[in-house]
Write a protein of this length. Structure first.
Length: 190
């Protein structure tokens, strides 16, 4: 009788631990999905702002049509892409295209003086900042979920329950990872 009680007690403890483990994995996955949704919200805000930005500069940058077409073309591709990995890769390309866009805009003093353009540029800068924060938040949630599902003893159950590793937002362009070269001309102070 005592042996049966011990076996049932141990089985009950293992069952309760399994339930707690499963619930923790679910909470972690839901947190990561919420964080990814936050990234998507910021990407949508940026996509909604781009047509206004392009319209504001069309008159000024008529002969810079390639830059405008790159930005609008990428926005269209992103909206038509269902594959999440491809969409996030295209979002990275859009970030680079917007950087080129603003670099070209620097050559137009009348455009820079335009109140509408300045407002849109500030709004886009704020969105980019929020996007960076949302990506960091997601990466933190993904790290926690990956730790939770890959450490012992959770790893014994996690993969069989469909809890795989979550991907991180990473730098797509290897050139962005490169350490900048700084050179001080020795003769400059002479």
């Amino acid at each position: 009788m005592i042996a049966l009680s011990v076996v049932l007690g141990v089985a009950l403890l293992i069952g309760l631990y399994g339930i707690a483990l499963y619930n923790g994995l679910i909470r972690g996955r839901n947190l990561a999905e919420e964080a990814r949704s936050g990234v998507d919200v910021q990407l949508k805000r940026r996509a909604d702002l781009i047509p206004n930005l392009v319209e504001a500069v069309k008159g000024y940058m008529g002969h810079e049509r390639g830059v405008l077409e790159a930005v609008t073309g990428l926005r269209t591709k992103i909206q038509g892409t269902a594959d999440e990995a491809a969409r996030y890769r295209l979002e990275g390309e859009l970030t680079q295209a917007l950087t080129r866009f603003f670099a070209v805009a620097e050559g137009y003093p009348q455009l820079r003086a335009s109140e509408n353009f300045a407002s849109l540029q500030q709004e886009l800068a704020a969105i980019e900042s929020e996007l960076q924060l949302a990506r960091r938040y997601y990466n933190g949630a993904a790290r926690e979920q990956n730790n939770r599902s890959q450490t012992f003893p959770a790893n014994l159950l996690a993969s069989s329950m469909g809890f795989g590793s979550l991907p991180y937002f990473e730098i797509e362009d290897p050139a962005d990872r490169a350490v900048p070269r700084v050179s001080f001309d020795a003769g400059a102070g002479s």
